[in-house]
Design a protein around this ligand. Structure first.
Ligand code: MF3
Ligand code: CO
Length: 263
């Protein structure tokens, strides 16, 4: 499928959706403290989408092969859970945990998708390093995305940075194009493969990508729990996930979901 290039008007629409995602995520980040459940965070996120007249994209998202649509508005993934954790009133955050929150909306027909990982109370230096390194990979993308740049060049830098820190980049999940659908072409991996080199994406003005590095302290290998959704690391060591929706614009790029730049 060809990659859709978005007009300035469409990027304005995507910016509005992205702004809502950023506002919700920054509120959840502030609220996530020891004693709070991931179910409460989910309820806040659903309510904020509805108040704004938006659709929470993850809620009731069909499972690829099981009869169990995703029940939450957010994915809430704690410690060794890397993505697609199911939020619940029974999952109470504890001091020292790390929590990833992933959230997406459709507002007036246009989508935004973003994620952060944060420490709950005081966390270990190793976990803090994991958060800093993974957030750093996302910043590498933002600093380098511009018309004419090959995605493989950026993916190579991200992968090298994670490896230099002694961590591993997840290969089983990748970022994606985003627009009027949450998942559009192209695939946006955080590592270089023969497949990427054979079918590289040269960035163009108007491309909009959800860039979402996932980094593990230990092995890159992952598995899905019997609930059909929750993905964990095979060695149960911690994983982090950061994501922005980013538009390629003349001379560079623009973060459409600046959840860490509000206020
Ligand atoms: N941000 C995730 C993605 O890009 C969210 C999908 S979760 C689901 O795929 F519940 F919607 F599946
Ligand atoms: Co995404």
């Amino acid at each position: 499928m060809p990659i859709t290039l978005r007009s300035r008007r469409e990027i304005e629409m995507l910016r509005n959706a992205g702004r809502l995602v950023a506002e919700v995520l920054s509120k959840l980040k502030e609220y996530a403290k020891p004693g709070v459940s991931t179910g409460e965070l989910d309820e806040m996120a659903l309510e904020m989408a509805h108040e704004a007249g938006a659709i929470a994209l993850f809620k009731d998202y069909p499972h690829p092969y099981m009869d169990c649509p995703f029940p939450g508005a957010i994915c809430a993934s704690v410690n060794e859970q890397l993505v697609h954790g199911i939020p619940s009133r029974k999952v109470i955050l504890e001091e020292g945990d790390i929590l990833s929150v992933d959230y997406g909306v459709k507002l007036n027909g246009y989508c935004g998708d973003a994620a952060f990982t944060t420490g709950i109370g005081q966390i270990s230096p190793q976990r803090q390093k994991l958060l800093d390194v993974t957030d750093g990979l996302l910043k590498i993308a933002v600093e380098n995305m511009a018309p004419g740049v090959k995605w493989s060049a950026i993916a190579g830098m991200m992968e090298a940075e994670a490896k230099a820190a002694g961590f591993s980049v997840v290969k089983d999940y990748v970022g994606h194009g985003i627009g009027t659908e949450m998942h559009e072409d192209p695939k946006v991996p955080n590592f270089v493969s023969r497949e990427l080199l054979r079918n590289d994406t040269v960035l163009k003005e108007g491309m909009v990508l959800a860039v979402e590095p996932m980094v593990n302290i230990g092995t890159a290998s992952v598995k899905t729990l019997p609930d059909g959704w929750t993905v964990i690391t095979k060695d149960k060591k911690c994983s982090a996930h950061f994501e922005y929706t980013i538009a390629v614009v003349q001379g560079g790029c623009e973060v459409l979901t600046p959840w860490d730049q509000l206020g």
